[in-house]
Design a binder for this molecule. Structure first.
Ligand code: HEC
Ligand code: HEC
Length: 249
């Protein structure tokens, strides 16, 4: 009899404990969770296993990049969208990027300047092979002082062009990117696509880019989605150089 009672009580106690953790997790603002030690541990455990099942096929087991498929590094401070806060990451997980969900990020994509109709959202002129080579050289010159300076000067005019190129409109006048539309920084050595060689920069500019991250709303529970956001945020906060950067902010 005592044994039966114990067998019954244990799962109930476990159930009450887990569901109250779940309720607390949803009541807090996402960015408040890491400060609550026990709740954070619960979220981290759930987030870690969900990440392995749902995200690792694209983001790797530890959030490492895949520049062949345009998958960003989730371990660094370099965010395409926002600044890596848990609430911002939760939004990406809920609604995705170019996912087809109307609340997902979908404000801009990289036009295909080497094609007859570079962009589906508005008319933007194609670039000639010469202009493509020049603007490639300009972007290449950000990391390579030995780039062809004549071509880079011409490429800068394309980059800053008011009716052609229009690169500045999304990537900023200096090419440092815009985290409110997901336009990457072109000045740093972190590449979303390829290895930063002339060939891969040229491919991005000539053929365009539009990476997709799926939406999970309706497919995963709200608790699992918050837990995933907590876990994903920890991937970059856990690396020591980024922890220092975050402290300095
Ligand atoms: C089918 C592949 C795929 C899956 C599955 C996937 N992602 Fe992504 N994710 C991407 C790609 C590609 C991008 C970059 C999109 C772009 O180019 O803007 C991305 C971007 C992101 C970003 C934005 C990063 C930044 O720098 O702003 C976050 C956060 C993210 N993913 C988290 C997740 C999480 C968490 C999961 C699992 C729930 C997940 N993703 C599942 C492919 C995927
Ligand atoms: C309409 C906005 C828009 C314009 C105009 C635009 N870009 Fe982009 N560009 C983007 C976006 C958004 C991405 C990221 C695409 C993704 O996440 O899949 C991107 C990606 C890139 C990449 C790849 C970066 C990486 O880290 O791999 C390069 C290179 C690039 N753009 C160069 C240019 C140049 C040069 C021009 C002008 C000729 C230009 N872009 C014009 C929005 C734009």
């Amino acid at each position: 009899m005592a044994l039966a009672a114990a067998l019954f009580a244990l799962p109930v106690a476990y159930w009450v404990h887990v569901t109250s953790d779940e309720a607390r997790l949803l009541r807090l603002l996402p960015d408040e969770i890491p400060a609550k030690k026990e709740l954070n541990a619960f979220a981290m455990a759930r987030g870690r296993s969900a990440f392995a099942r749902r995200c690792a096929r694209c983001h790797g087991s530890a959030g490492e990049p895949d520049t062949l498929h345009g998958v960003p590094d989730l371990r660094d401070h370099d965010w395409l969208y926002g600044s890596g806060r848990i609430g911002e990451i939760e939004r990406v997980i809920l609604y995705g990027i170019r996912s087809g969900n109307s609340k997902g990020w979908n404000l801009a994509s990289m036009p295909a300047f080497g094609t007859a109709h570079p962009y589906s959202r508005y008319a933007i002129p194609s670039l000639t092979p010469r202009e493509l080579a020049d603007v490639t050289e300009y972007v290449y010159s950000f990391q390579h002082p030995d780039a062809d300076s004549g071509a880079a000067v011409r490429g800068r005019q394309v980059f800053e062009g008011q009716s052609r190129g229009l690169c500045w409109d999304c990537h900023g006048g200096l090419g440092t990117g815009d985290a409110s539309i997901g336009a990457p920084n072109l000045r740093d050595s972190t590449w979303l696509f390829g290895d930063g060689s002339r060939r891969s920069i040229h491919a991005s500019i000539a053929y365009g880019r539009a990476g997709i991250c799926p939406a999970w709303i309706g497919k995963l529970s709200p608790v699992t989605i918050v837990a995933l956001a907590v876990y994903t945020n920890s991937l970059w906060h856990n690396t020591s150089d980024n922890a220092e950067r975050a402290d300095r902010k």
